[in-house]
Design a protein around this ligand. Structure first.
Ligand SMILES: NC(=O)c1ccc[n+]([C@@H]2O[C@H](COP(=O)([O-])OP(=O)(O)OC[C@H]3O[C@@H](n4cnc5c(N)ncnc54)[C@H](O)[C@@H]3O)[C@@H](O)[C@H]2O)c1
Length: 319
């Protein structure tokens, strides 16, 4: 059993760590691996780190054959996710949609069955329309994603489900919440970087900024843990799963968690300059019951534990 983890960033490096802790030597593929940051999460001598690009399908096929891969976790995505895709839609559409299709096709032609792909809770949070409420034959039956990034994730889920239906791929799409966690490299989305910068500031005794609206988060270690569960689940059921903390976090919840992790933390509610971060227009968290039923996911890190774990890690890794 050898897993190919595609994308060695905030979440992919944690997937590799969990697999290593379970006794596996996973293959980590990235087109621009940040070796120092990866090495702070998982010992580099316990993984096989290779260069490969999901936009070059032969590099995926080569990796699958050369390392006798039996399952894939695909986490590569465009830089800065929602914000990055708004700035450069064409590249994000190409990478997220065609990159994922290249992964699914490579699995199909080489006979690799299980492919777990990172989707996003933006498909629960950033939606508009659907006035016809699912009614057949009406143009506005279903709400639509309101950003380029979420539109790519919707396409990825739909394409993956059809690879499952017609090509025998054991596809799962995981809708991670906005993720934060240990990582010193570049990567993640706008919110991931806001939490990291806020923590850097409070540890330095400076005032931190947190978004002024509710967000639905997941700790990167839980996103990775859910991915490993989906790689191993016997019955993937309806294949799309919410992977979040299970509730919305208000700005004052976040401030309280920071104060608990770093006594005396000063936190201000304000979107950091230039972040332009979109905030949820929902007032409830995602339903995790499908994820629990089919892959056994329950968040291990609720907000306070997650923020404390991040604080501890950043104290140990001040870079
Ligand atoms: N971070 C979040 O808040 C969040 C939330 C929901 C969903 N997601 C999804 O989870 C997945 C992982 O996110 P992350 O935060 O770990 O991202 P990240 O940016 O930290 O890591 C992505 C990795 O993919 C690599 N990559 C980019 N283009 C590539 C290519 N062409 N070929 C090979 N590798 C390539 C990058 O070099 C990077 O190391 C993504 O699909 C993202 O859309 C992330």
């Amino acid at each position: 059993m050898t897993t190919l983890v595609i994308g060695a960033g905030l979440i992919g490096s944690q997937i590799a760590r969990i697999l290593v802790e379970r006794g596996e030597k996973p293959v980590l593929m990235d087109h621009a691996a940040q070796t120092k940051a990866i090495g702070e999460i998982v010992p580099l001598d316990r993984v096989t780190l290779i260069k490969g690009d999901v936009l070059q399908p032969l590099s995926i096929v080569d990796a699958l054959r050369a390392h006798s891969i039996t399952r894939i976790a695909h986490t590569a995505a465009n830089p800065l996710l929602t914000l990055g895709a708004q700035n450069d839609p064409y590249s994000a559409i190409n990478l997220n949609i065609m990159g994922t299709v290249n992964v699914l096709e490579s699995a199909r032609v080489t006979g690799v069955k299980r492919v777990v792909v990172s989707s996003s809770s933006v498909l629960n949070h950033y939606l508009q329309g659907g006035e016809d409420q699912g009614e057949f034959g009406k143009e506005e039956g279903f709400p639509r994603p309101t950003t380029f990034y979420s539109a790519t994730k919707q396409a990825v889920e739909s394409l993956g489900l059809n690879y499952a239906r017609f090509c025998g791929i054991e596809f799962a799409g995981l809708r991670y919440g906005a993720a934060f966690g240990p990582w010193s490299g570049s990567g993640g989305g706008g919110p991931s970087n806001i939490v990291r910068e806020a923590m850097r500031r409070v540890l330095a005794g400076e005032e931190a900024l947190v978004p002024p609206g509710a967000m639905e988060w997941v700790y990167s270690k839980d996103a990775a843990g859910a991915t490993v569960l989906a790689l191993e689940a016997k019955d993937l059921g309806s294949r799309i799963f919410n992977i979040t903390m299970g509730s919305l976090t208000t700005p004052s919840d976040m401030a309280t968690a920071f104060s608990a992790a770093v006594p005396g933390a000063k936190v201000k509610f304000e979107a950091p300059a230039g972040a332009g971060i979109s905030l949820s227009n929902r007032d409830t968290g995602a339903d995790l019951s499908r994820a629990k039923r089919h892959i056994g996911y329950e968040p291990k890190f609720k907000l306070h534990d997650a923020v404390k774990d991040l604080a501890d890690w950043m104290r140990r890794n001040p870079s």
